[in-house]
Ligand binder design. Structure first.
Ligand code: HEC
Ligand code: HEC
Length: 191
């Protein structure tokens, strides 16, 4: 009886061993190179093809830590983005592979350009958010150096806007790195 148990255990180990080897065979980087670079580019900074997708181009993935929470990232990859060229990958990648590719996407990085953030802010935001401007009084735009929001929430407010207010979504004017530059500027003036 005992020996039979041992045989069952050994067989299970072999089966899981083989299964594990099959699923862990391709690293996240390889999966990314095979399925994602076509649109997102080798370093995540968007390929020429991805830039030309109309009307909504692929987005830069180097900034993903600022835009997407850790739990959300595999969900986006698994189910895609409604109405966009970003399809659901669940029929092509299994859950382990999605986890691996998400882990790899997490390693991509972008260093924000504070000067560019400050320039864009003056050009596009100060008209409402400047300390004493007339639009500020008109629309009630808050002082951003006093915002209680953290960087992820600021990023989302800029990209998706605020329903029913003059804070329009800006995701189609700005690339993810441009938004990241502006957010870095706001974080630098935050009290
Ligand atoms: C055919 C082109 C295409 C391919 C291939 C593709 N994507 Fe996308 N992806 C897009 C587009 C377009 C968007 C932008 C959706 C939007 O406008 O919000 C996007 C958005 C995303 C986002 C959200 C980014 C953000 O800032 O909101 C993630 C994460 C992402 N893709 C990951 C991946 C991964 C991982 C793969 C490979 C498994 C992949 N994509 C393959 C086109 C593509
Ligand atoms: C047309 C005027 C206008 C422009 C331009 C504008 N905003 Fe706003 N913004 C607003 C208003 C009004 C609110 C307050 C919305 C509300 O009532 O919740 C707001 C809210 C915000 C908030 C939320 C702050 C908080 O503490 O809740 C952020 C962050 C922000 N804006 C960033 C920006 C950035 C960055 C730009 C430039 C890229 C920009 N805004 C351009 C009008 C504007």
């Amino acid at each position: 009886m005992k020996r039979q148990h041992l045989i069952v255990v050994i067989m299970l180990l072999i089966i899981f061993g083989v299964y594990h080897a099959a699923t862990a065979g391709e690293s996240g980087k390889e999966l990314f190179e095979r399925y994602c670079v076509k649109c997102h580019g080798t370093d995540g900074s968007v390929s020429e093809y991805g830039k030309n997708i109309k009307p909504n181009p692929a987005r830069d993935l180097r900034t993903n830590r600022l835009f997407i929470s850790p739990r959300e990232l595999p969900v986006i990859i698994k189910y895609g983005v409604y109405g966009r060229e970003m399809k659901a990958w669940k029929d092509i990648l299994n859950d382990d592979e999605i986890k691996e590719v998400a882990k790899y996407v997490r390693t991509l990085t972008y260093t924000p350009d504070l000067k560019n953030g400050s320039d864009l802010f003056k050009l596009r935001c100060a008209v409402c958010h400047e300390k004493e401007g007339p639009n500020k009084k008109l629309f009630g735009a808050p002082d951003l150096d006093m915002t209680p929001l953290a960087d992820l929430e600021i990023t989302r407010t800029i990209r998706f806007g605020r329903h029913g207010t003059m804070m329009f979504p800006k995701g189609s004017f700005f690339s993810n790195p441009e938004i990241a530059d502006i957010v870095a500027y706001i974080m630098s003036i935050k009290k």
